[in-house]
Design a protein around this ligand. Structure first.
Ligand code: TRP
Length: 376
């Protein structure tokens, strides 16, 4: 495994097989789930290449887990010439909390982290979904296509409700996967790079696309929306420096925006064990294995190689290697981030330009939806 492996496209319906993410293969608006995109001439006006949409909630800065889990994938897809949409899910912030804290700052910083990682605002459309009214209006017909019982069965939502600090479950928390379907379908995205926890939401989007077609086909029988597929990253999950889930609230995350000293300090305090022999053994020595993996991802080598090289060097040598690898790997990302961070006006301009492009597409999609629904 290397840091630059190609991610497979895994369908959300595993039994139906997989399809290729080749940018050149045209994909019709009514592709069957799991069927490989067919080559050939598409009808005028239908999408002829893949369109990718993915995004994040603006709740805090992105860390190296996000980098290997999703940002690297985004940049790779962009390099293949695939059209990219990155949504900043600002309305999604208030699903599990009452107030979106420092929303403008977090929104701009998400743009910053994406640009620092290598997303190009001239090629990728980066926008906040609250700035795209027609996207949000899709929520109404979409809500009519799912039952309350189905919404209640979504395992990711159930988990979030269980861990929420809110006293009551809001209607938005309960229905946000339907809103997320609008994020994906407004631009007719057919590929959605996400983590494992998002697969239930992808299934909601696919169900909505299918049911919308059953209820409201175009006069010529074609579908308004494609059935989007998840793209899962191949990089294994990185844990935090304490061996738990890497997260802001635990203080165990290496941020893209952290300084080299902060990174060194965090890794110096990482949990290890007393065995001087360094091995890659995720099952029995998860903390050491995680540090080895972090160095390996940064060096573009296998964790077994990195562990073998360290041999009997002990935790101190391991931490030195990890610190150097991470800081070296992130140096160009951080340099770009620092250069861009000074100009908040530029970050807001990227969001405005993105919203303008997203609005043009959302307006066209909503017009199509009104037409097939018979609105006058
Ligand atoms: N729910 C996603 C997350 O927490 C963020 C998100 C919002 C998203 N809208 C999306 C991801 C649309 C993919 C597609 O990570």
């Amino acid at each position: 495994m290397t840091a630059t492996t190609t991610a497979p496209v895994q369908t959300t319906a595993p039994s139906a097989g997989t399809s290729s993410a080749s940018p050149a293969s045209p994909i019709g608006p009514d592709t069957q789930p799991g069927k490989a995109a067919k080559a050939g001439k598409a009808d005028p006006g239908t999408p002829v290449a893949h369109r990718v949409l993915t995004g994040d909630r603006p709740t805090g800065p992105l860390h190296i887990g996000h980098y290997f889990g999703t940002l690297q994938n985004r940049v790779r897809l962009q390099a293949q010439g695939i059209e990219m949409f990155i949504v900043v899910g600002d309305y999604q912030v208030i699903t599990d909390r009452d107030i979106a804290d420092r929303l403008a700052e977090h929104t701009e910083n998400l743009v910053l982290d994406n640009l620092a990682a290598g997303l190009d605002p001239d090629r990728a459309t980066i926008f906040a979904h609250s700035r795209v009214p027609a996207l949000n209006q899709l929520l109404l017909p979409f809500l009519s296509l799912v039952s309350v019982a189905e919404l209640g069965r979504n395992p990711t939502v159930k988990d979030e409700i269980a861990h929420s600090s809110q006293a009551a479950v809001s209607g938005l928390m309960f229905t946000y996967p339907v809103h997320q379907a609008a994020d994906i379908l407004f631009c007719k995205a057919d590929l959605v790079p996400v983590g494992q926890d998002q697969l239930p939401h992808l299934e909601v989007a696919r169900t909505i696309a299918r049911r919308f077609h059953e209820r409201y086909p175009h006069a010529d029988g074609t579908a308004v929306f494609p059935r989007p597929e998840a793209v899962l990253s191949e990089a294994p999950l990185l844990l935090g420096t304490d061996g738990g889930k890497m997260s802001k609230s635990r203080g165990n995350a290496v941020y893209l925006g952290a300084s080299e000293d902060e990174t060194a300090r965090l890794i110096r305090g990482a949990k290890t064990d007393t065995d001087r022999h360094i091995a890659y053994d995720p099952a029995n020595r998860p903390e050491v294995a995680n540090l080895v993996l972090l160095a390996a991802l940064c060096q573009g080598r296998s964790p077994e190689d990195v562990a073998a090289e360290l041999g009997d060097g002990g935790a101190a040598a391991l931490k030195r290697t990890v610190t150097e690898s991470v800081n070296e790997f992130l140096r160009p990302v951080r340099a770009r981030r620092t250069a861009l961070a000074a100009d908040r006006g530029y970050l807001r301009q990227v969001l405005r330009d993105g919203a303008e492009r997203a609005n043009a597409i959302a307006d066209a999609t909503l017009a199509e939806v009104r037409e097939v629904m018979g609105s006058v």
